[in-house]
Structure formats: structure tokens, C-alpha cells
Design a protein around this ligand. Sequence first.
Ligand code: SF4
Ligand code: SF4
Length: 188
Amino acid sequence: MQLTNRAKLVDRRPLSLAEKFYVPAIVKGMGITLKHMFQKKVTINYPEETRPFSPVFRGLHILNRDSEGRENCTACGLCAVACPAEAITMEAAERLPGEEHLYREEKYAAKYEINMLRCIFCGLCEEACPKDAIYLTETFAPSNYSRKSFIYGKDNLVIPHPKERPDEYAKAKGLVDERKLKANKTTA
Ligand code: SF4
Ligand code: SF4
């Protein structure tokens, strides 16, 4: 009994001389190749060319600074609690007198790590953050040979200082603003 009528009978006729020399198969194959030569390419010349990301794409994280260069994160741990992959770990520290130019809040993350091999880029950490501190961008972790290098610390995550590296800060901030804009559009 047939469940569908898509079954095909196998042709078991003896091969002709041309078929024995693969002539019809070669002609058919060349025809397919020729047809594809004149069609629009589906591949692109990566990395010179990149495809536009989907508006909801979520890539690598960044930790935000304010316009004076102070780190926004107050090590409240809400992002770590929200993370379904348990990818985020941190150690909190008290801000000392004289460190007001470094950290915006009285408590800050002395250590902040995200294991990119565990992360599923769900964006829940970004949504949970009450301090405008963590964002996911449109870049992805470059490939590497060691698992350890996928544990991103503050040196990888915190965006450049606006006074020390203004151009890089503006670029990173642009990613944050773009992200906020998209989030507003998708919730509107
Ligand atoms: S994107 Fe999701 S999985 Fe990745 S660190 Fe944030 S909450 Fe965790
Ligand atoms: S990134 Fe945001 S949610 Fe996570 S610890 Fe820092 S302030 Fe809290």
C-alpha cells in the first residue's frame, strides 16, 4: 500500500551505448551548470561582503559606560539570574573614595565574565538589566582554538573610554543606540 503517490518506478532497462559512456548524464549535468551560471548568485564574497543582519539579530555583548566614561554596571546580578544558560558570573566590589570617575554606582563589577560557549544569545540579560549596562550587538565571537578564549572578561566587554578612545567609544555607543532603537521598534 502506498501512503503517497510520490513513489517512482526504477528504470531497469539495459543501458544504451551512449548511456554506458555517460553522455546523456554529462549533457544533463552541463545543462544544469549552464543554467546556474546565468542565475543570481546565492553566495557572497565573505568577509569582504557581509549580509545585512535581521533586525532581531543578537550577537556579542558589550558593557556600557556613561558619557563621562564611568562603568554603568552595578553588579546587581539580575542579568546572571535571568540567564537561562548560566553563562554570566561576576564579583561585586564597593567603590572607594576617589573612584567616582570610574564607576557610576557605589557598587561595581570587579570581575564580570560571560562564557560565550554557553551563551545562547537570547538577550534576557539585556532585558533584565536595570542600569542600561549590558547590550547585545551585531557582531559575533571570532573563532578560536581554545575554549578558554571564549570566556569574555571585562577587558573584552566594556566599551572604550570616551576620553581616551573617543572614536571607538562613539562606534560602540552607536551600536548601543542602534540596539535601543530596534528594541523600541519591535516593542512598538
Ligand atoms: S544572551 Fe541569554 S544566554 Fe547569553 S548571557 Fe545573556 S541571558 Fe545568558
Ligand atoms: S549588567 Fe546590569 S543586570 Fe547585570 S549586573 Fe550589571 S547592572 Fe546588574
